[in-house]
Design a protein around this ligand. Structure first.
Ligand SMILES: [Fe+2]
Length: 291
């Protein structure tokens, strides 16, 4: 199974690059499932129903959220009729929507997609570790789902790494979102779970996390920041996941951190994805002297 995770889509520039390029990526990369974080897709703040439908129409199979989940108030209502929209699992009981969803691919494989939010430098929500633990017990990898993908939305890399190891061997992929800055640590954990601290954003990289840059004095401009209007750069992480046992067999970095020219590298990306006979990524395999 080949899963593509697209980092935080920021504003119109992020949406445009996804809607323009995703259909071709699905075809060329033979993707089975596409998951995107869409909490900044509406002008940098939240998501509307129209944008939800636009992204689903472009080929996104599941959309995760985060601390901006409810910035567009309509999300509190339309999430109930948007089965592929997943808000943080560790919101208080009674919060509209769902924190996990079982998404079926075109080939009938079932992928459990979970969204949870960290608590370091973030909102004081319920314990994300306990919440995710309950989901993984209720829907185990292998018997309950063919693959499990967790979007852990948080600020601190340490908390995200802790979540990766907490889920190691029980999830196919754990990726961090929220900081909009990609990390260079995509790898397979000892138990077989693919992990990356943060996949970065899909938006204009000539910006401050997708927003128009502040003046040189670093004094925040008055009013709410707005996304820049320049074309976006996708920050996808492609993870081919074998159906059994469902772990991250081969991983590779996407375009995170590359400037606009990175878009041209999309076509080269798939060539760098590989897996050794032990099921490890080629890079991990070489480091361990295996394969
Ligand atoms: Fe966020």
């Amino acid at each position: 199974m080949r899963i593509l995770f697209i980092g935080d889509i920021v504003g119109r520039s992020g949406r445009t690059i996804v809607t323009e390029r995703l259909p071709r990526l699905i075809r060329d990369w033979k993707l089975d499932l596409v998951i995107a974080n869409g909490e900044n897709s509406a002008g940098g703040f939240g998501i509307t129903e129209a944008i939800y439908r636009e992204l689903i129409e472009a080929g996104v199979d599941a959309i995760t959220l985060g601390n901006h989940a409810w910035d567009q108030k309509e999300a509190l209502v339309f999430i109930e009729r948007a089965p592929k929209l997943i808000r943080p699992l560790n919101y208080p009981a009674g919060t509209p929507g769902r924190g996990a969803a079982l998404i079926e691919t075109k080939t009938g494989a079932r992928t459990l997609v979970i969204n949870a939010m960290g608590r370091i430098y973030m909102d004081p929500l319920d314990d994300p570790f306990a919440a995710i633990d309950r989901e993984l017990i209720a829907c185990p990898l292998g018997s309950g789902a063919d693959a499990i993908v967790i979007d852990f939305h948080g600020e601190a890399t340490s908390e995200k790494q802790a979540m990766g190891f907490f889920c190691d061997g029980r999830a196919s992929l754990v990726v961090g979102t929220h900081t909009h800055v990609p990390t260079a640590d995509l790898h397979v954990l000892p138990g077989g779970t693919a992990f990356m601290s943060d996949v970065g954003m899909t938006g204009d990289f000539d910006s401050v996390i997708g927003m128009a840059a502040a003046p040189p004095s670093f004094t925040p401009p008055p009013g709410q920041p707005a996304p820049t209007s320049v074309d976006g750069t996708p920050a996808p992480t492609a993870v081919p996941v074998p159906l059994v046992p469902g772990f991250g067999g081969a991983v590779d970095r996407g375009l995170g951190g590359l400037p606009h020219a990175g878009r041209r590298l999309v076509d080269l990306f798939v060539d760098r994805v590989g897996v050794c006979r032990h099921g490890f990524s080629l890079r991990t395999c070489a480091r361990r002297g295996r394969g």
